[in-house]
Design a protein around this ligand. Structure first.
Ligand code: F6R
Length: 263
């Protein structure tokens, strides 16, 4: 795991977008794993800007989102399909048939989950997986006690997650209690993970996930097992970490990161 700390949420998001852009330029048929949430909005805005400026071509890119609420159809403004179309897919030249999210209104949810995992397998796996983190420690919607080997399946959301996401709904009662989510096993199989977290609200859970023990009580701590995982934070989200000077030294001095120093 490598921790990168930037001054504020804008530069953390800019760096995240720059890393994605770099990978897409190197591999135009990149298989990109995507997340939703407030943290990602800045990243998607940057990617859309780069596309508008003629610097990014998504023609051959394939995407797989981590999760979708059960019971919300794509037209529902709170569905993650709606979010992705609004913040990213509608603003870039990706082919809609190359974008995938679990279907939260599938009649047979178990079959849907198996089919989703199979689709990921069929394209050869995810090259770069973008992740946020919830205050419950979830990545995707892998709430506490999710198996560290789990695959795409349905999960019941914790009260913490419902409270975290309620401001995006008209009322708390409207937040679905269940979602389909890729499992931690799927996430660990992606070639590279990029976790972005910003703001003071994330400081405590980031400290547990990054410097605490690996435990299914904090799903994101499983990323410590991942061979290529970068955790990008702003100073606020990094506020609970012990070894910040060490992480900053590595970022400043590692040859691979030299081209990203200005973000
Ligand atoms: C959603 C997802 C979640 C969010 C997390 C953070 O697709 O994967 O794990 O990334 O809940 O959400 P925000 O950014 O709204 O704090």
């Amino acid at each position: 795991m490598q921790v990168i700390i930037r001054d504020d949420e804008n530069s953390a998001a800019n760096l995240t977008a720059a890393i994605i852009a770099r990978r897409l330029c190197e591999k135009p048929d990149l298989v990109l794993g995507l997340a939703t949430g407030r943290t990602m909005e800045l990243v998607y805005a940057r990617l859309a800007e780069m596309h508008r400026a003629g610097k990014l071509d998504f023609t051959h890119c394939r995407t797989f989102n981590l999760d979708e609420y059960i019971g919300l159809a794509p037209e529902n403004v709170n569905s993650y399909r709606y979010y992705m179309n609004k913040h990213l897919f509608g603003k870039i030249n990706i082919k809609m048939e190359n974008t995938h999210l679990p279907d939260g209104v599938a009649i047979d949810l178990k079959k849907e989950c198996l089919a989703y995992d199979q689709k990921i397998k069929d394209v050869g796996g995810i090259n770069l997986q973008l992740l946020g983190i919830g205050e419950s420690g979830h990545i995707g919607f892998n709430e506490p006690l999710s198996s560290l080997l789990s695959r795409t399946r349905d999960k019941t959301l914790t009260e913490t997650t419902i409270a975290q996401n309620a401001p995006l709904f008209k009322s708390r009662d409207q937040v679905p209690r269940r979602a389909l989510t890729m499992g931690i096993g799927n996430i660990l199989e992606s070639h590279t993970c990029l976790l972005l977290a910003t703001g003071k609200r994330k400081a405590e859970i980031i400290a547990k996930a990054v410097e605490g023990p690996i435990t299914s009580m904090v799903s994101a701590s499983a990323l410590q097992l991942h061979p290529h995982c970068h955790v990008i934070l702003d100073e606020d989200a990094a506020g609970g970490l012990q070894e910040t000077d060490y992480y900053k030294w590595i970022f400043r001095n590692e040859p691979d990161w030299q081209e990203f120093q200005d973000y």
